[in-house]
Design a protein around this ligand. Structure first.
Ligand code: PMV
Length: 301
């Protein structure tokens, strides 16, 4: 039977991927570093069969992009396909599902065809579906360099938390794809590329020595710089809302040891250590939140 089910986590970037060296192949302009998220997963079943008269994809998902990705495997299976997929988090919660989605789809499709691909190969294929998806294949804390991503440390390395604060229920995913391609219109893009090697080494050192302050300060710096680049592109991209700033202010005013990061949307990710989790949750009691621990990468179920 040509059928398999895989689960993959979303991930939060500590060093952001923004801009591509090769647009079509989604080769990034810079290396990025992320942590897999335990409470934000996609589970996908892929089934190839002659019984299907046409390709079928779960409702509410981008079937064109999903079938485009399946077609990368299609020369191995000439049949139609059925893709059943669901997210553990509310689809309307404004959390990017492309990373978990394309990682789970890649592993399920290759397993359905009986392919035994290396983690590196799976990461390369996932990247073609969505750049950040290549970081959801390996376990725990992950670094993406050039074509593929690999694990720096397993999920057990450091009991960090990513508390996602839901600010808005819409995700601007198409904007983010187009946004990558206009990055060079920002005069700050080359400055960012110059600053990155030193910041990446701080994040690596912070992770290695579990130095929370060293890591956290570099995470915030990188987030602010990416948004500065986004806002100075032509046309400019504004992902922050007043509510984004309000959430960050609320956490900062608490004086608790926690750092923020924001992706291509208004939701806020609060990074803290396990010992601070309860206090942060208390500070955010008026908000809808999702508490994540570091997680394994894509796996079959
Ligand atoms: O994978 P994409 O094309 O959706 O790009 C993701 C870009 C950011 O989320 C803004 C940063 C990152 O590294 O995840």
């Amino acid at each position: 039977m040509m059928k398999a089910t895989a689960m993959a986590p979303a991930n939060i970037a500590f060093i952001k991927y923004w801009g591509k060296k090769d647009v079509k192949l989604r080769i990034p302009s810079n290396s990025s570093i992320s942590m897999n998220l335990s409470a934000c997963t996609t589970t996908t079943t892929v089934e190839f069969s002659d019984d299907f008269e046409k390709d079928i994809v779960s409702e509410g998902f981008d079937s064109t992009r999903i079938i485009e990705h399946i077609n990368r495997f299609r020369k191995r299976a000439k049949t139609k396909v059925k893709v059943t997929t669901k997210n553990s988090f509310p689809t309307a919660a404004g959390i990017a599902s492309s990373a978990s989605g394309f990682a789970a789809l890649t592993l399920a499709a290759s397993a359905a065809l009986g392919l035994k691909l290396s983690e590196r190969k799976l990461s390369e294929i996932a990247r073609l579906g969505s750049g950040s998806a290549c970081r959801s294949i390996p376990d725990g804390f992950v670094k993406w360099e050039k074509e593929s991503a690999s694990s720096m440390y397993p999920e057990t390395h450091w009991d960090l938390r990513d508390i996602i604060v839901i600010v808005e229920e819409k995700m601007k995913e198409t904007l983010s794809t187009a946004g990558h391609d206009l990055v060079s219109t920002s005069p700050y893009f080359t400055k960012r590329l110059e600053a990155l090697p030193e910041r990446i080494s701080r994040v690596q050192q912070g992770l290695k020595t579990r130095n929370f302050r060293l890591l956290g300060e570099a995470i915030e710096e990188d987030c602010l710089e990416m948004h500065h680049v986004m806002q100075t592109q032509n046309p400019p991209l504004f992902y922050w809302t007043k509510e984004t700033s309000r959430v960050i202010d609320t956490v900062k005013k608490s004086g608790l040891p926690a750092y923020f990061t924001v992706d291509a949307g208004p939701n806020v990710h609060i990074i803290c250590e396990q010992k601070t989790e309860k206090n942060i949750i208390d500070v955010l009691k008026n908000y809808q939140i999702i508490v994540n621990k570091p997680a394994k990468g894509a796996h079959l179920i």
